[in-house]
Design a protein around this ligand. Structure first.
Ligand SMILES: Nc1ncnc2c1ncn2[C@@H]1O[C@H](COP(=O)(O)OP(=O)(O)OP(=O)(O)O)[C@@H](O)[C@H]1O
Ligand SMILES: [Mg+2]
Length: 291
């Protein structure tokens, strides 16, 4: 079965269960158009990493399973693939928590990303130079032991290593985690540049709604394993509920979508019944007056 060629990734109605009992995702659908950046937003435990691992087929290593729905990548149904086959198809995931080989140098870490490409010495040199043109900071630190570099530099190493595989699609899991705002901005600038110049499609899981939406084309908001809202990044940034619940621009107590929707429903019902009573009262009055 082939899917749309406009989208590099199509996730349809997936359900994910860990250990045969823990329902982590129910009915999650999303799409990433070719060459775009899509943000997957949500609080702790919303299901962002689970969604990314379902796509990169890394779930099995955590005893998780996609039990319903389908995932198409690059037009192909990926129900029987493994993570290394996915890398071969051009999909690379950068895991949460900037995982580097701490005992290797920055450059050795980056080179490790190209292991499946079998590059000649000259090609490797050219690829490294290209990578350093995006990650200027890493060029100065190329001989440093990765474990002794800063959190931001390690995050850059993780993204640079992923880029060495020459991916068509990158899955980034919370690149902003634990970093100072200036470094977050620097990393997002690089991500945007890679998207624009290298044409790599990106699915980005983030808790930092503001920076993610400022750099993405489209966004999905997840809550307790379900997509609660989706839209263009621009529309989500100006959405009142997103402002209130995810951007901290709120006068009241912060809630989640589920509570907020329930409250709206209650208010509408109450408002509806008040209106209904007024109409009945007016009708009775008119009847009394005989008109
Ligand atoms: N390996 C696992 N085994 C069992 N349950 C898990 C596992 N990984 C995640 N979960 C559960 O699945 C749900 C979604 O977790 P997930 O890590 O996908 O959320 P997240 O949105 O990435 O959160 P965070 O922002 O904290 O990284 C949570 O309830 C979590 O406890
Ligand atoms: Mg996560």
């Amino acid at each position: 079965m082939r899917a749309s060629t406009k989208n590099i990734l199509e996730v349809k109605n997936i359900e994910v269960i860990y250990d045969g009992v823990i329902l982590a995702l129910h009915d999650v659908s999303l799409a990433v158009p070719k060459g775009q950046i899509v943000a997957l937003l949500g609080a702790n435990g919303a299901g962002k990493s689970t969604t990314l691992k379902s796509i990169s087929t890394m779930l099995a290593s955590e005893r998780g399973k996609v039990t319903k729905g389908s995932i198409h990548y690059d037009g192909i149904l990926i129900d029987k693939e493994n993570p290394s086959q996915m890398v071969g198809r051009g999909m690379v995931q950068v895991l949460e928590g900037r995982r580097c080989f701490g005992h290797l140098t920055v450059e050795e870490n980056i080179i490790a990303g190209a292991y499946s490409r079998k590059l000649s010495r000259g090609e490797m040199k050219a690829e490294l130079e290209k990578i350093y043109s995006y990650f200027n900071r890493l060029k100065d630190r190329r001989q440093s032991q990765a474990g002794f570099t800063s959190g931001g530099e390690q995050q850059m190493v993780a993204v640079a290593r992923a880029m060495m595989a020459k991916p068509k699609m990158l899955l980034l899991d919370e690149p902003s985690m634990g970093l100072a705002p200036q470094l977050v901005a620097e990393i997002f600038n690089i991500v945007k540049e890679l998207n624009q110049k290298e044409g790599v499609s990106i699915l980005l899981a983030e808790q930092n709604t503001n920076i993610a939406l400022k750099n993405a084309d489209y966004g999905y908001i997840l809550e307790t394993g379900k997509v609660m809202l989706e839209g263009t990044a621009k529309s989500l940034l100006s959405n009142d509920k997103v402002k209130e619940l995810y951007l901290g621009i709120s006068k009241g107590k912060r809630r989640n979508f589920r509570d907020s929707l329930k409250e709206d429903e209650k208010r509408n019902k109450h408002h509806g019944s008040k209106k209904k009573r007024r109409v009945i009262r007016q009708r009775r009055l008119r009847r009394k007056k005989g008109c």
